[in-house]
Design a protein around this ligand. Structure first.
Ligand code: PLP
Length: 422
């Protein structure tokens, strides 16, 4: 990225103005937070109906849900989410409140027990690795780090990971056991995987016979606009291409109902589901079916889910629009930043000139604006170009968000012009 200001003089004027603006900003002693990819209280209020307790805790087939059992989760809730997650009801499980927990368990189960199609437990391999499209979700990377799984960064494009790189690494290197994918409105850059990318993931040869795609469809129904993005059916394509056991699908209602009191889902091939149930049966006698029932009564059906998500969009769309508008007004045409305009999901990614992201985050902190640490979008917190900053606009109140983004833009102007003049 090069600054568009044509002369040193012009840049100096811009830098001096940015310095003044930053000093004025710091003097306001703000306390604003753009780090949290959480639903706002207003969004959580949309699901207040969940807290009304079910009249009778009985499922459609007459099971008393207050008791033990039902490891697969409530069929009527699985039916509501089957289309959205593109998993047949009988292959979709409803579990506890966190999909991240299920991803953790999937890794641990694969480390400690042989997967369908595998020759040995992952822990018995000399070393295993995961492909990590970057920028990506820091908690995926933290799981790998915690469990001793090497991370191999792969560049993201607006259509999904660079599939030439993915295909080469998966085919060549038997240490590569999996890939992290957030296929719709990805965290953080809002990318939607193209049909071609999904097909290639399903079809590609892999050196590891027990290669798995961790398909974290966290934002499956989180559209901001009126034209929801659609992604290809990974599970179906894997089966069609002779790799039926390749996909692990994850999802949850964390950003649909309550982030701390929702339901998470796991879906896969029949063989993987049996394997999964064999592992989880040792860990639990069954999930919280009462909470699952609350979700059924509250959401009702797939149409109810869609309607509910439209209410979320009505709350958060103005926040995304405000960020874009302010960044345009403050930084448009300066060459100091590029940013995403996602059609859904929870984040906006801003790219600043190489070598500036950490400094922008530090300057924002000085002004009382908390940003996600630069580098968090990369394995081990290392963004080699020091360029990517993740903005989470959903949680703050609209007015606070607008102040915070304007302040952020000031920091980008300051750091960017100082860098160009250095
Ligand atoms: N996956 C992605 C891509 C996310 O962005 C998040 C939360 O930000 C999660 C998973 C967490 O999901 P859960 O709340 O179901 O554990």
């Amino acid at each position: 990225m090069t600054a568009h200001a044509s002369t040193i003089d012009e840049l100096t004027v811009q830098r001096d103005r940015a310095r003044q603006d930053h000093a004025a900003l710091a003097a306001r002693e703000l306390k604003l937070d753009l780090t949290r990819g959480k639903p706002s209280p207003q969004q959580l209020d949309l699901s207040a109906g969940l807290l009304e307790s079910p009249e009778a805790a009985v499922s459609a087939d007459g099971t008393d849900l207050r008791n033990y059992g039902g490891l697969q989760g409530l069929p009527e809730l699985r039916a509501i989410f089957s289309d959205a997650l593109q998993v047949p009801v009988e292959q979709l499980l409803a579990a506890g409140n966190s999909s991240l927990e299920l991803m953790h368990d999937a890794l641990v189960f694969a480390l400690l027990g042989t997967l369908p199609g595998g020759q040995r437990r992952w822990v018995d391999e000399p070393q295993i690795a995961f492909l990590c499209p970057v920028p990506g979700y820091d908690r995926h990377f933290a799981l790998c780090e915690r469990l001793g799984i090497e991370m191999i960064p792969v560049p993201m494009t607006s259509d999904g990971p660079d599939m030439d790189v993915v295909e080469r690494l998966a085919a060549e290197d038997p240490r590569v056991k999996g890939i992290w994918c957030v296929p719709k409105y990805s965290n953080p850059d809002g990318a939607v995987y193209s049909e071609d990318a999904v097909r290639r993931l399903a079809a590609m040869p892999t050196a590891a016979p027990d290669f798995r795609i961790f398909w974290d469809n966290a934002y499956a129904v989180h559209h901001l606009g009126d034209e929801p993005a659609a992604i290809a059916d990974l599970l179906g394509l894997c089966a069609e291409h002779g790799n039926p056991d390749r996909a692990f699908v994850f999802g949850s209602t964390s950003k649909i109902t309550f982030a701390g009191g929702g339901v998470a889902f796991f879906g896969s091939s029949p063989a993987n589901v049996q394997w999964w149930l064999g592992c989880t049966a040792k860990r639990s006698i069954g999930p919280d079916k009462i909470n699952q029932l609350r979700h059924v009564r509250f959401l009702r059906d797939a149409d109810g889910l869609r309607e509910h998500m439209r209410r979320h969009a009505a709350v958060i769309r103005p926040k995304f629009e405000a960020v874009d508008k302010i960044l345009n007004a403050e930084l448009g045409g300066t060459g100091l930043a590029e940013w995403t305009r996602p059609e859904g999901g929870y984040f906006i990614t801003v790219r600043v000139p190489a070598g500036c992201a950490r400094a922008v985050v530090a300057k924002a902190k000085e002004a009382g604006i908390a940003l996600t640490p630069a580098g968090a979008t990369h394995p081990r917190g290392d963004d080699p170009l020091d360029q990517v900053i993740r903005i989470a606009p959903t949680y703050p109140e609209q007015s606070e968000l607008e102040v915070a983004i304007a302040g952020f833009a000031t920091c980008v102007r300051l750091v960017g012009t100082e860098k160009l003049l250095a």
